[in-house]
Design a protein around this ligand. Sequence first.
Ligand SMILES: *[C@@H]1O[C@H](CO)[C@@H](O)[C@H](O)[C@H]1NC(C)=O
Length: 593
Amino acid sequence: MVLALSFAAFSPVASLCTRTNSCSLRSTPHSQEASLLRQAAEVADLSAGLTAPHPNFGCVIARGTDVVGHGFLYAQGTKCAELQAVEIARELSRGATAYLNLEPGDCYGDLTPVSSLVQAGISRVVVGIRHPLHHLRGKAIQALRSQGVQVDVVGEDLLGKAFEVHQLQEALKSCLVVNAPLLYWAAYCVPFSVLKFAMTLDGKIAASSGHASWVSSKVSRHRVFELRGRSDAIIVGGNTVRRDDPQLTARHGGGHVPARIVLSRTLDFPEERKLWNVFDAYTIVATQRGACKDMQKKLASKGVEVVEFDFLNPKDVMEYCYDRGYLSLLWECGGSLSAPAIKSGVIHKLFAFVAPKIIGGENAPSPVGELGNVEMTQAIDLIDVSYEQIGPDILVSGYIKPIPDLSPVIPSVDETSALDPTISPYETNIIFFYKTWDEYGVFSNFSPHPVQMPDENGDYIMWPSVEHYYQAHKFIPADAPLAGEFVQQIKIAKSPEEAARLGRKLQRQHPEMVREDWDTVKIDVMYSALKCKFSTYSNLKSLLCSTAGCILVEASPHDLFWGGGREGEGLNYLGRLLMKLRSEIMENTSTPV
Ligand SMILES: *[C@@H]1O[C@H](CO)[C@@H](O)[C@H](O)[C@H]1NC(C)=O
């Protein structure tokens, strides 16, 4: 094959077909570009399943067609893709082209991606899509251009000129797919929701008796673990919990453990269910206000979070999940929940495993309940359908709603700077922050800003983030060797999210190792870390001061101590400390020397 191709390259035939789409013998610059961009998207996808879903950034550095460096963002607040790629490419970066599936912008004011590329001498950058969040959109592209780097955005600068539009469009699509959750999130203010089910050839998800294990093969179920690992949470209905008592773990060996969400009006549950064991994965039960208080108490005592809704429905639950910063959800429910979810428009994608077997039974349940359709013409047609054979099963997947391509919605060219002044922080009195990619996301303890703090001996130690520092201090001073080990583990956690999860888990498992006065000192611990963070990074300091006069609220709907809670019932200690710090900084700077 290789021989035939290289021969063709020297043959006269090759030169005849340079300007046609149909020629497959000779690769042209645009098909090379398309392939490199697709590789960037593939690299970006590598963090999926390892960490909580977050915007996926990948970077491929190439000289011609030779890839000389690559990297992906492992988690929010970790070393950016661009820096990793130039570290691999080293001196080969000079004059090379960097391919990015998504415009950089992990966190407001974080210039590392841009400065890494510029300092390494990258001369051209090809960007798949602009950042969909408008406070980040266009910022990095503009910064790169202002430093003399040529930036081509596919779909804006490249498509028009290309002979092989098709290949670039396909590459662009892989960029959209890898960040589908972020795009839906930005366009519709909901998490990206995937409905997954497994059915027999005759369309049943269980026998008439309700027995359902297993419809699909082991390999298919393995794929489900993978899908779970890519999700922030897995959603099931009360029936599934009552009948199947699932565990819903990901079991894929990655660091990320999705939460489990149960939707139930009645809370009519047995006292013992696998989902009530919150040791390894978090469980949230969403219910109707006032539902079975007794069960609510029992669940809460086991560490299950119970969230009451005035009227329990998929849409409001999705709003809650959005507020929690969830990007991606997997619905593994039966027909009575999947139908209202589809009807209310919250489901975006479908994964249907079809097993080559027949169970029969008029009353055997099917994957989707009543949708109210009476004619076949009303059926929902899936978009971008793909078919894959997995063991004996066929996996059919497709979209119910197309992936929003935000380029027509949000001004595309460098108009962002003209847009931004309209959102002056002074117009709103309350500034919410939560996820690092939010407009004021740098106020989050998960932002990628290492802090250097003195330890008990006065030696300065670098902590990867405020969160690392805070979680570790639950076990400091580490009098027992085990506590010292915990501190080390937390300190080297790969991401702030992992530090948080580890800190909370160890605290739950080993309450005796937590310093006794933790509740009284934790505010001071937090304040000293915040003070260090905002003194170290002058751009953060000025952003904080620019919010003068505004109330800062950490918009965590479930952390009622540090966050503001769902309806303002939280104590908002993080917001309060930031406001305190803001006045301290402003007082200090206004004092005449
Ligand atoms: C403000 O000034 C005091 C006195 O010099 C100093 O101790 C404190 O750390 C300063 N605060 C900040 C936030 O810089």
